[in-house]
Design a protein around this ligand. Sequence first.
Ligand SMILES: Cc1ncc(COP(=O)(O)O)c(C=O)c1O
Length: 373
Amino acid sequence: MKIKTFELERRQSIWENHVEYNLTESGIHPLSLGELLTEDEQKELLELELGYGQTNGDDRLRDQIASLYDRPSWSRENVLVTNGSSEANLLAVYSWLEPGDELIFMMPNYQQMNGLAESLDMKVKHWWLREEDAWLPRLDELENLISDRTRMIAVCNPNNPTGRVLPKTMMQELVELADQHGVLLYADEVYRGAELNGEETPSFADLSDNAVVCGGLSKAYSLPGLRMGWLAGPEGSIEQAWEHRDYTSISSGLVTQYAARKALMPKRRSWILQRNRRLLRKNLEYFQQWTRKHNSRFHFSDPDAGGIVFLRYVEDISSRELTRRLRERESVFLVAGDCFGLDGFLRIGIGAEPQYLKEGLSRFDRWIEENWE
Ligand SMILES: Cc1ncc(COP(=O)(O)O)c(C=O)c1O
C-alpha cells in the first residue's frame, strides 16, 4: 500500500534529537518515572511480571479512564486502551471507515487521520478554521460539506496547532449536526486537561451518546514516553475497535499501564495538570513579551490550551525555507506551517523548561537580526 508521507512526524523524527534547541515540541516538559511514582510504587514496579497485558487494557485502568467522563452509566466496556492516542486515531480510521467513504476533517489539525484515510482510498474533505475567526469553526461550512457518503466528522479539541478550545454551545451544535445526518463524530481530545485557565474542556463524549473520543497521557499529562492512549465511546463502537486492535499491537505494555494507573489517581492527576498549567502560563507570558519585542512581525491568538502557539510571520519566505535556515544556522528546530497545510506559520512549543525556551528564542532573535533587520 502506498502511503502519503506524514510530513509533520517525519520532520520531527529527523530533527528533534539532532538540534540544540527543539522549540516545536507539542507537549509539555516530561516527568520522569521517579517524579511520577512514589518509592513504594517504584519497588512494586520492579516486581511486576512482564507478561502480556489484557488486549483491551487493564480492567482497573479502564475503570479509571471511564470515570474521567461525566457518564455515570459508563463502565470499562466503554474504554479501549491503546498505544498512544496515535493508535486510537489509527483505529478510528481502520475500524469505522471503508474505502470510498467521506471523512470531514477539521484543519489545521494533527495530520495523522488525514494521511491515513487518503492512503486507504477514503475521500477527505477539509473543514478549515481561519485565523480571522480566531480559529473558531463555521458550522454552516461544515453543513455544506456533508453528503450522503459522509461517514465521519473528525475534530481536534483542544486543537493542535492553534490551541483553540471550542465553546460548549458550539460543541453542542456540532453534536446535533452529526446526529441529524447520522454521521459519526470523532474527537481527538489528547490536549484536554492542558487548559491555561484551569477549566477542563468538556468532552464530546459527555455531550453525545454517539460520539467517540480519544485521549491519552502524552500532552496534558506530560508523559509521552509512556505511549498511553485510549478510545472512549458507546460499547458497540469500542467493541468494534477492539476487534481491529487485535491486528495492530495486541496490547499495551504492563509497565505503561501500571504507571498510567498511578498518573490517573485523582490527587496525582490534579498535581500533574496543575504543574503543567503553571509552566504553560509562565512560558506563554514570556512568549507574549518576546513577540511584542518584534513589533508587527509576528501575530498569534493566545492559545486556550495545549503546549503550542501557531505563529504567523510577515516576511516573504516560505515556512519550510525559514525553518531550514534557522535550523542550519542556529540549531533551532521549528515545525513549518506547511506541515499543517498553512504556509506563513510556525508552530512553537511553549511547554519546554523556561530557561530552554528563552535560550532557543534568543537564538531566533539573532537569526532575525542577521536576516530581517
Ligand atoms: C492532536 C494529536 N493527536 C494525537 C497525537 C499522537 O500522540 P500520542 O500517540 O503520543 O498520544 C498527537 C501528537 O502530537 C497530537 O498532536
